[in-house]
Design a protein around this ligand. Sequence first.
Ligand code: SF4
Ligand code: SF4
Length: 154
Amino acid sequence: MSALNYTGRALKNLFSKPATTKYPFEPADFKERTRGHVENDMDKCILCGLCQMKCPTGAITVDKKEQTWTIRPFSCIQCRCCVDGCPKKSLSMGRKYQEPGEEKISKTFDLSDSQKEALAAQAKAAAERAAAAKAAMEAKKKAEAEAAAKASAE
Ligand code: SF4
Ligand code: SF4
């Protein structure tokens, strides 16, 4: 770099805004695509367990019986596998990073009441469909058996 270029660059830097920020004296400016932490919208989650299966560090636990979703933030490496694999798009990456701490905490979230009701209604409808299919199958078998008995009697 010539002396002229160097002087020009120095003067430009002198009168332009610094490239660095004053964090922590000013709030951090998290960019739109920052992978800070994982968030779950419990109004959308169906507790399918795919995120637990996809997580490479075992940071997520889905408890279908208790209807809870748990994440251990300090085990998360912000890889985004769970977010990209969620079929309901209930997971997203929040921009803010997990605060440091002395304990390996875990955060547990309950399904929302509306989602509990929706899942219960879905389960009920599925059980009714299964019962109807089973009844139809049994009726068909009975009819076939009766037809076979009638044919052998003739
Ligand atoms: S993959 Fe999505 S819908 Fe399934 S349990 Fe995880 S957060 Fe819920
Ligand atoms: S971002 Fe990666 S490491 Fe973190 S919970 Fe999701 S899958 Fe696991």
